[in-house]
Design a protein around this ligand. Structure first.
Ligand SMILES: Cc1cc2nc3c(=O)[nH]c(=O)nc-3n(C[C@H](O)[C@H](O)[C@H](O)COP(=O)(O)O)c2cc1C
Length: 166
């Protein structure tokens, strides 16, 4: 008899882009079914949430060529309590960026490597093309096609966990 697996989605968002990506992935995972899906803001998430999940989706804006401070704070609070207790679990990353996003994705990958997590998808980077201070500070609307990609990633994570293929 198999127990229901849990997918934990942790995100931070300042102007709404990453939140929409995380919500789309959450909807996809729920639509797939077969797993418990938890969507938590980084400030509300901690080591117990990490330990009690079976797979992870980490979602961050790229701010100053880095993951956002709140996602970093989540990792800082959770890293050592979870170290060596989550080895081999699957994860994927989503980044919402103005024009780049790769450094944030690399940072998440380094932290996940330290945790000995297993990447099960390429980082999903969405660029909002915000360049000016006004555009960067404005609320974001993630395009339907990009939300669909996040939805599909959530579905795939849920399916892999439910089927035990990860
Ligand atoms: C302080 C700050 C720094 C930023 N630095 C970068 C950056 O280094 N690279 C990039 O591609 N976008 C950068 N951006 C743009 C954000 O990644 C973009 O606005 C994204 O939509 C933010 O996600 P959010 O809507 O979830 O907050 C920066 C935005 C802010 C506010």
């Amino acid at each position: 008899m198999s127990t229901c697996k849990t997918l934990l989605i942790v995100y931070h968002s300042m102007t709404g882009g990453t939140r929409q990506m995380a919500e789309a992935a959450h909807a996809g995972a729920q639509a797939e079914g077969g797993v418990t899906v938890r969507l938590l803001q980084a400030a509300q998430a901690g080591p117990q949430d990490v330990l009690s999940a079976d797979g992870y989706l980490f979602a961050s804006p790229e701010n100053l060529a880095a993951i956002s401070g709140q996602l970093k704070d989540f990792f800082d609070r959770s890293y050592y309590p979870a170290l060596d207790r989550i080895n081999g679990r699957p994860y994927a990353a989503m980044v919402c960026a103005g024009s780049d996003g790769h450094n944030a994705a690399r940072q998440i990958a380094r932290i996940a490597t330290g945790w000995r997590l297993r990447p099960v998808a390429e980082p999903l980077i969405v660029c909002t093309h915000a360049q000016t201070p006004e555009a960067i500070l404005a609320p974001k609307q993630i395009a339907v096609a990009q939300q669909a990609a996040c939805h599909a990633l959530g579905e795939a994570m849920a399916a892999g966990l439910a089927l035990g293929v990860f």
